[in-house]
Each structure stands twice: as C-alpha cells, then as structure tokens.
Design a protein around this ligand. Structure first.
Ligand SMILES: Cc1cc2nc3c(=O)[nH]c(=O)nc-3n(C[C@H](O)[C@H](O)[C@H](O)COP(=O)(O)OP(=O)(O)OC[C@H]3O[C@@H](n4cnc5c(N)ncnc54)[C@H](O)[C@@H]3O)c2cc1C
Length: 242
C-alpha cells in the first residue's frame, strides 16, 4: 500500500485498493511473522473460562487463545456470539453488489470516482481492470446470494454515460456474495463480549470496514496486550445501544 501526501484537496490514488490483493498480501506477511493462517474451516464455537478462550472449528480442531481472542467475521460475529455466549448484537446486514470490468483498451483512473447521485462508484484495481460498485444491492436467500442483474445494468448504463470508452468493456464478474454487517446508527461495534472478557469483537462496518481496518487492528491489539481500552475505540462500545 502506498501512502500519498495530501496537498490541497486531491490525493492521487487515495481510497483505491484491490481488496483481494491487499488481503492476500497481509495474510502472506502474517505467515512470514509466524502466524498460522487456516482457511476453509469455519469456527463453530467459542468458550471462555475467564483465563483463556477455546476456539473450535467445524473440522474438530480446537485452538486456545491464552492472551485473548478477536472475533472479526463480519455478519457471522452475531451468530458466533449468540451460539457461544448468548449475547445478541443489534446488527443487520446489507448485500453490496459489485462488478469487475475489463476494458478493451488501456484505461486507468487514479482516484475513486463516485457519481453524485450515488448510482455508481468506480476504481481501477490493476491488470487493466476496474471495479464498479455503489448503489444497487444483491439479494440474500437461504441458498445464498444472487446478483440483481437489472440494477447492475442501470449502474453500467450510468457508467457508460460518464465514461463512453467503457461501453464495450468485458464484464468479468458480477458478485453479491459478500454480506456486510450494518448497525442502526451507521457506526461499527468494537468491544469486549459481556461476560467473556477475553474475547474482543469487531463488526458493523456499514460498507467502510476495509479502509479503517489497519487502524482498528492496531487499536484492538493494543487493547488485548495492555488490557486497557484505547480511547480511540470508546465511541464504538456496545453499551451505546442499551
Ligand atoms: C463491493 C464492496 C465494496 C466495498 N468497498 C469498500 C470501500 O471502498 N472502502 C471500505 O472501507 N470498505 C469497503 N467495503 C466493505 C469492506 O470490504 C468490509 O467492511 C470489510 O471487508 C470488513 O472486514 P472483515 O474482515 O470484518 O470482514 P470480511 O472482509 O467480510 O471477512 C470476514 C471473513 O470471515 C470469514 N468467516 C465468516 N464466518 C466465519 C466463521 N464462522 N469462521 C471463520 N471464518 C469465518 C469469511 O469467510 C471472511 O473471510 C466494500 C465491500 C464490498 C462487498
């Protein structure tokens, strides 16, 4: 990730990032630092005896968190905390929809472009590809996510009106499989689990969790290591809903 100095009002490439590339790079770096990254085996239960936390996976494996445990699984934080501790969170979810487009000719924008009517947002994500998101949700049913092709078509039409050179761009993917936790006040919830003080959770990003994740991760680490809640995290406490 490149940090760009801000001059008057424009920071080139500010707000632009390829989620997948950044996430895999962070995981790779964590591995280099000695972390064990396990994929494809969901956590099904957490138990806390006041001294340590046991994390049980669907495949039968279990891990002990001696210093603490962070639960940051977006919408499923709610299910995990209800099932493990009987703590229900006041969160709902949204189903953001996005598309990856591959322009026929070289095309790059160096800022996040948002239409003022919020119909679309566009950013370059490398490999001569652009991500189209913004308004227009997918649908969520018991069997999973489905994209709203009609809404995507409207978005695409708005995009082409603004960027005619994208009229023949290939649509690589349309996806609505990433549920996003929402809160009623639009602010995330980051706190200890009442009654299970070794467990800290973070959810309710309302569509803006990626950008603030590095700062949140640093503050949560400091909370667990020092056992003292950073002032930065106080506005995100669960008890604001009580
Ligand atoms: C199309 C789109 C565009 C977005 N654009 C932006 C943006 O421009 N800026 C911004 O800041 N944010 C953006 N967001 C939101 C951002 O991506 C999320 O807020 C952020 O990824 C949340 O991070 P997270 O790690 O908490 O959850 P996620 O990224 O959702 O990751 C949660 C992980 O937990 C795993 N998981 C779930 N349940 C379990 C379980 N039981 N056991 C183990 N693992 C589990 C999931 O498989 C997943 O890998 C966007 C989101 C979408 C979908």
């Amino acid at each position: 990730m490149r940090i760009v100095p801000i001059d008057d009002s424009v920071a080139e490439r500010d707000g632009i990032g390829d989620h997948t590339a950044i996430t895999t790079a962070i995981a790779e770096d964590a591995r280099k630092q000695g972390a064990q990254v396990i994929e494809g085996h969901p956590v099904i239960k957490l138990e806390d005896d006041g001294l340590s936390t046991t994390v049980s996976l669907e495949n039968g494996d279990a891990y002990i968190g001696e210093k603490g445990c962070v639960v940051a699984t977006n919408t499923s934080v709610r299910e995990l905390l209800v099932g493990s501790f009987g703590v229900d969170l006041p969160i709902g979810f949204a189903v953001p929809m996005y598309g990856i487009l591959k322009p026929v000719r070289p095309f790059e924008i160096t800022a996040l472009v948002e239409d003022s009517s919020q119909r679309f947002a566009l950013k370059s994500i490398g490999g001569n590809r652009v991500m189209l998101s913004g308004e227009g949700r997918g649908r969520w049913t018991e069997s999973g996510a489905s994209s709203d092709i009609g809404a995507f078509g409207l978005k695409f039409a708005d995009l082409v009106a603004r960027f005619p050179q994208l009229h023949d761009a290939e649509i690589e993917v349309i996806d609505a499989s990433r549920r996003e936790a929402t809160t009623y006040d639009g602010v995330p919830i980051i706190d200890r689990v009442p009654g299970a003080e070794n467990v800290v959770f973070a959810t309710g990003w309302n569509g803006h969790g990626f950008m603030i994740a590095p700062a949140v991760a640093e503050a949560m680490t400091s909370w667990i290591v020092s056992d003292s809640q950073p002032a930065l995290l106080r506005p995100f406490a669960l008890n604001r809903f009580c």
